[in-house]
Design a protein around this ligand. Sequence first.
Ligand code: NAP
Ligand code: ZN
Length: 339
Amino acid sequence: MPGILTLTKAWVCEGRGSPLKLGEIELPPLKDNDIEISVKACGLCHSDLHLVDNDWGVTKYPFAPGHEIIGVVSSVGKNVVHTKTGDRVGVGWLSGCCGNCLHCLSGEENFCSHQEATCVGRSGGFAEKVRVNERLVFKIPEGISDEHAAPLLCGGVTVFSPLIRYKVAPLKKIAIVGLGGLGHLAVQFAKAFGCQVTVISTSSEKRYEAEQFGACEFLQFTDKQDLLKHRGKFDLILSTATADLPWMEFLGMLAPKGTVCVVGGKASTAHIPIAALIAGSKGVSGSNIGGHRMMENMLEFAAFHNIHPQIEIFPVSQINEAFDKLRKNEMRYRGVIRI
Ligand code: NAP
Ligand code: ZN
């Protein structure tokens, strides 16, 4: 009931790198614009692992990770108008924002300075219930299962957004670095935009699946020398890798006016050779998730083009096995926890 504190079961990390344990957490009060969701499935994003390991220095323990949530609305605040009890909905990385700033009003809540992340400083979707702001809750198209929809809510929108921003078009040459949860969705999106897609991977055994997802070329690299053969080739290199890139070689692989856009990694410092940027009018950028407008566009685009993740489903009793698999880069390609 609104205003009353409620406990819910959750799978909680108590300290840096610790396995999750079943416990209870207090849900925040249900505010007037909030929705309470009974969680059915939640994707396991590498950001959850970064948070468990405190790779970004922002984690507050104890907390339940999880931010690719699909569930059913179990309660709504008194000002909620677009969603009702029983609706199937999804939530991604964002669960709160001011709703009034220029960014929120233009549907780019991911730039709001009062944004709240679903599992930073609070608990997320590896729990029986979550409460989030209505404007960051999304209706899920019919015809896609809870488990297949979940990874779109963070992984999907994160890689869709830069493809829109850089106006990718047929025949553009796009490289996706890292074929993991985000990377395998990025390949499918870029292919659906009509681009020539190359996967740049450290794992030779992913070649066949990269081609199945839509890549026309697979570059396996073990050291920088492997990359030097591809100078001047790509209009956009989208990096979803969890490790730093060898910047000189990656900038060398860009065509004139090309961009390396980074969405993945730990909080590291890059040494970027400025002369290499100037010479080819090249750019380096970052990108964070997407606001509600991008999310709705992505869900519609994915449904229309039949884009869905390749998943491994785990019962919640095996949540720590799923984290171990992700840590070892053995997930193919997104783990989804059934709650
Ligand atoms: P993931 O499933 O673990 O995939 C990451 C991929 O990175 C791996 O599959 C691997 O691909 C590659 N990789 C791993 N170790 C590497 C190394 N030492 N050198 C080069 N490549 C390596 O992770 P994910 O869930 O896709 O997330 C990827 C990154 O995006 C994470 O850092 C996550 O925090 C971040 N992320 C950012 C946003 C955002 O808004 N910017 C949103 C969601 C996630 P290969 O085996 O093919 O090399
Ligand atoms: Zn994520």
